[in-house]
Design a protein. Structure first.
Length: 591
């Protein structure tokens, strides 16, 4: 009888696990509920400078590429009128040029006149209906990017963009007005336009005139954000800069059928118009549903809304769709992949796969890595990740509805105010790191939790449970089967259940390629996540080890922009060529 009861209990638990995240569709979309709230144009300036060496009389040519900035229609600018956009950008250009000139005089002497080119694409903010954790209707916010009217004749593909972990509402994709390229969503949205230099007649004449002198001098590509504004310069000798060379750059760096995409990015619940709601951090199935909803409604608005009539392109009949993101965005991209396949949306969306960078695909495997690091007497990297995860489970996961943060964390850790900082949506992850430091300085004898051990954060009961779980499974937790579930419910066991219910490596067999990128040096979202996914999905996973083995944040730069040498670095940083490679790989496949 005891055996029968035990089996019956396990069956009930299994049924409960399978019921988590049941956010599939029960009715077709109601497109009348979605609306566009603003339209804008993103512009990056390319400035051409020359200087003459007073000693050798050689002429060096400089191409300065600015940050991406945006002009919104709500700023009383007709964003479809290039002259109006140019006038609106003029004061920003003037301020940028002054800084460049001042730095140029300091480092190189005077720089001669500059000439500007535009690299641009359009964006639009929109609101759309979806559901929350209880399955009730909710309106969410998102942003989409698309090619300019002159960039192409058709939109080639649809990209579901999924952003990294944010803790401040001001970081959400739809909130931004500048510095697009410095954020992951800005780099993803740049896929809306191919890296084609659009030369006017004046610029062609300038480049042709520069051909002779540049062949005997140098070309410097200057990119702010790499170092100082003009301090980090790649010098490339003997480059002939003419219209033929520009044409070759266009061909070499991806001006082909896989550029000029419609890119759609949800803010996620808890940000944007739902900033007063809890963000369901790592509640994968729910976030996937909300991102797929954003994709379906965003596509409909792009194809039908009169506000976009002046910039709309047809979407080519054989377009492809893929999901792409890094860190939390990597796991959400994989969750979207699973959701699309399991809800029979592959043909509607022409879905071909996902490109996922350094994502926490298995939260339990991630926690086991943290335990392993602790047992090796190594402190946590980005210790705020753990309270983020637990808070996400407490706010939305049914297993956790009767529990509180005090059940899992040490009171002295909670006394810092960490849970309030996260809930406020006022602080970025960097801000929270500063808050930890300031708290420690203001309270002598307390820890700076930026450099704390796992045992300093989890309370004794919680730490002991997961330490024992690690010791029992340390040789097998990255296998396909993963870590066995508890045999009963309990305070700590419920956290185990909640984390396991968001394991993306179980419960499905991908029908399309999962393109994984992961750094073995990542101590925030460890490499064991990629190992677990590879072991679970086998040949459907195309795993690329990050070439530089960097930690989490720096590896993200590699994921989005690629890593090469000299001129490739500059071009990759502008045009995110590694992401173009992912599109090439996945969009050559059938849906």
């Amino acid at each position: 009888m005891k055996k029968i009861l035990a089996i019956f209990t396990l069956l009930l638990l299994a049924i409960g696990m399978s019921a988590q995240g049941n956010y599939g569709y029960t009715a077709p979309p109601d497109y009348s509920k979605a609306r566009i709230t603003d339209v804008g144009v993103v512009v990056s300036d390319m400035a051409f400078y020359t200087r003459t060496d007073v000693t050798t009389q050689k002429v060096d040519t400089f191409l300065f590429i600015s940050e991406q900035e945006i002009i919104w229609q709500s700023e009383n600018v007709n964003v479809s009128d290039s002259a109006e956009v140019d006038r609106a950008m003029k004061p920003r250009r003037a301020a940028r040029k002054k800084v460049l000139d001042d730095n140029g005089k300091y480092q190189w002497g005077n720089l001669n006149d500059s000439y500007f080119l535009d690299f641009s694409y359009y964006v639009f903010r929109f609101e759309y209906p979806s559901i929350n954790a209880e399955g009730n209707s909710i309106m969410l916010s998102a942003i989409a990017a698309c090619p300019t009217p002159k960039a192409c004749s058709k939109v080639n593909n649809i990209i579901i963009g999924t952003h990294i972990t944010i803790t401040s509402d001001s970081e959400r994709p739809s909130a931004q007005t500048n510095n697009f390229q410095q954020q992951d969503w800005g780099m993803i949205m740049s896929l809306a336009s191919g890296p084609k230099f659009l030369l006017n007649a004046k610029m062609e004449a300038i480049l042709l005139a520069a051909q002779g002198v540049t062949a005997f001098g140098t070309l410097a590509l200057v990119f702010p954000g790499i170092g100082t504004l003009v301090g980090a310069v790649s010098l490339v000798g003997n480059i002939i800069l003419d219209t033929y060379a520009i044409d070759q750059i266009n061909k070499a760096w991806g001006y082909h059928d896989y550029n000029n995409n419609l890119v759609i990015m949800a803010d996620y619940e808890g940000y944007g118009i739902t900033k007063d709601n809890a963000h369901p951090y790592l509640y994968q199935e729910l976030t996937a549903r909300q991102c797929v909803d954003a994709t379906r409604y965003g596509r409909y608005l792009y194809e039908h809304d009169d506000l976009l009539i002046y910039l709309r392109h047809d979407i080519r009949k054989d377009f492809r769709c893929l999901s792409m993101g890094y860190s939390q965005g990597g796991s959400v991209a994989m969750a979207c992949h699973r959701f699309i396949e399991q809800n029979h949306l592959t043909n509607e969306l022409h879905f071909v796969g996902s490109a996922c960078g350094d994502g926490p695909y298995d939260p339990m495997a991630t926690l086991m890595f943290y335990v392993q690091q602790d047992l090796d007497n190594k402190s946590m990297k980005m210790s705020l990740v753990l309270p983020l995860i637990v808070k996400g489970m407490l706010d939305t996961n049914p297993y956790m509805e009767k529990h509180t943060a005090e059940d899992y964390f040490r009171p002295e850790f909670l006394a810092t105010g960490i849970m309030g900082w996260i809930a406020s949506k006022l602080y970025s992850t960097t801000d929270i790191e500063h808050q930890f430091k300031e708290y420690a300085e203001a309270n002598p004898g307390t820890l700076d939790y930026n450099n704390a051990m796992l045992r300093d954060i989890m309370n004794d009961k919680c730490y002991t449970y997961f330490k024992n779980l690690y010791n029992a499974n340390k040789n097998t937790f990255t296998n396909k089967e993963g870590i066995p579930l508890p045999a009963h419910r309990g305070v700590i066991e419920d956290l185990h259940f909640a984390l396991s219910s968001n394991d993306m490596t179980t419960g499905w067999d991908p029908q399309h390629t999962v393109k994984l990128f992961h750094s073995k040096g990542d101590n925030v979202v460890p490499y064991v996540n990629a190992v677990k996914a590879k072991n679970a999905f086998g040949s459907k996973v195309d795993l690329e080890d990050a070439p530089n083995g960097l930690d989490h944040i720096d590896s993200g730069t590699d994921f989005f922009r690629g890593d090469s040498e000299i001129m490739d670095v500059a071009v990759n940083r502008l045009f995110s060529t590694r992401m173009n490679e992912y599109i090439n790989i996945l969009c050559n496949k059938k849906w």
